[in-house]
Design a protein around this ligand. Structure first.
Ligand code: AMP
Length: 400
């Protein structure tokens, strides 16, 4: 029997998301989530999409080790335990790979140490990713653990794109450069867009707009990323649910000198209390749209700021690519909010962008074109699937 299953783990600071996929047909055997780890009110939700119904477990789960053991027990109860010979690998989402990791990597002690060394670049994310790998290794030592990095797809950006125009020695000393994030999503969606267009990936230039609670844009030439909007951290670029995106770095000095805020307070302000939330009090685009529809001024300005930034990036990346074959929307906002898509593309006829209003209004879980058939640039909606991409990359690595 060939082992064809991959368990995908996405370990956050207080949560673990997981999916068990069968790579023979890319089907989901189990999908679940443990949240509020370390609190009294922890919750595990476990579903088997193929049938069997879902289960919910409430009650304290002390740490990531307990969480992964609980996940393993749920899988075992469905006959999908980690001891199964059909399991080929565990694929771990790791947020920051620095310049060291540019492709999926089988975890060894050395690799784990190097991922730990990258914690200063991603202090909110990499520690939980490391813990997830450590615990998964103890549950089944013989199974390959594969780290798949959010930054890896962007490692092909040319040097002059990745560099900030600051003192070179300082940049080198502190590893300050643009890394980019959401890479598994940009990789998956740009490839799926070429498939939707029915053209080889190598011939297609795509602008991917990943608009979730976090949001990023990328310019992909022939399957190779040449530019992305997030930088040293996920703070740079588009207006997001709670992050400011681009701003004059002197805002930070001003807040420190004039406002008396500490570095940690400014970090929290820009990452957690800015973006849509900061501008109007809601980070969920559904609420922003509802309030803007009722004439709420703060929500309207927040929506307009969000769309304006998107337009700037579409224009900039059109210039970077020279020729654009498709602009594609993905993630929670991009897949669902037809108003955002319509507003982002409005007035960009000069760049070859037009929408078919009826197609844009259709709700569907499938990849689809929302531009008229004769448009110079295709506009598309392609649902992202980061778990499938992680599983695909991990499986390819362990079966090559
Ligand atoms: P993600 O990070 O990809 O899960 O996206 C989450 C975000 O998608 C939420 O914060 C919402 O702002 C947004 N979202 C989800 N569904 C809708 C919808 N029907 N309309 C507008 N925005 C949505």
């Amino acid at each position: 029997m060939t082992a064809s299953r991959v368990l995908v783990l996405n370990s956050g600071s207080s949560s673990v998301k997981y999916q068990l996929l069968d790579m023979a047909d890319a089907s989901r055997l189990a999908v679940g989530l443990v949240e509020r780890i370390g609190e009294e009110t922890s919750r595990l939700v476990h579903e088997t999409p193929g049938g069997g119904g879902g289960r919910e477990r409430l009650g304290p789960i002390a740490d990531h080790e307990a969480a992964l053991k609980a996940v393993a027990a749920e899988l075992a109860a469905d006959g999908l335990g980690l001891d199964s010979p059909e399991l080929a690998a565990v694929g771990h989402r790791v947020v920051h790979g620095g310049t060291r990791f540019t492709r999926p990597t089988v975890v060894t002690d050395e690799v784990l140490a190097e991922i730990r060394n990258l914690i200063p670049l991603a202090p909110l994310h990499n520690p939980a990713n490391v813990t997830g790998i450590e615990v998964a290794r103890t549950l089944r030592a013989d199974l390959p653990q594969v780290a798949v990095f959010d930054t890896a797809f962007h490692s092909t950006m040319p040097e002059h794109v990745a560099r900030y125009a600051i003192d070179a020695a300082t940049a080198r000393e502190y590893a300050i450069r643009r890394y980019g994030f959401h890479g598994t999503s940009h990789a998956y969606v740009s490839r799926a867009t070429a498939a939707l267009l029915g053209r080889p990936e190598a011939e297609v230039n795509v602008i991917v707009l990943h608009l979730g609670n976090g949001a990023s844009a990328s310019a992909v030439r022939g399957g190779v990323c040449v530019e992305t909007s997030m930088g040293l951290t996920p703070l740079e670029g588009l207006v997001m649910g709670t992050r400011s995106g681009d701003l004059d770095p002197a805002v930070v000095f001003h807040l420190a000198r004039v406002g008396g805020l500490s570095v940690d307070e400014i970090d929290s302000l820009l990452n957690k209390k800015s973006g849509l939330l900061g501008m109007c009090g809601d980070n969920d685009m559904r609420e922003v749209l509802r309030r803007a529809g009722e004439g709420d001024e703060a929500a309207t300005v927040a929506f307009e700021a969000y769309v304006h930034r998107l337009k700037k990036y579409i224009g900039a990346y059109t210039a970077v690519l020279g020729r654009v074959d498709a602009v594609v929307f993905t993630a929670g906002v991009g897949e669902n909010a037809h108003q955002v898509r319509a507003a982002a593309v409005a007035g960009l006829g000069g760049l070859g962008l037009e929408l078919d209003a009826e197609a844009n209004g259709v709700r569907s879980p499938r990849p689809r074109l929302i531009s008229p058939p004769d448009a110079r640039v295709a506009v598309a909606v392609v649902p992202t699937d980061e778990e499938l991409e992680i599983a695909t990359q991990a499986y390819a690595l362990v079966t090559q």
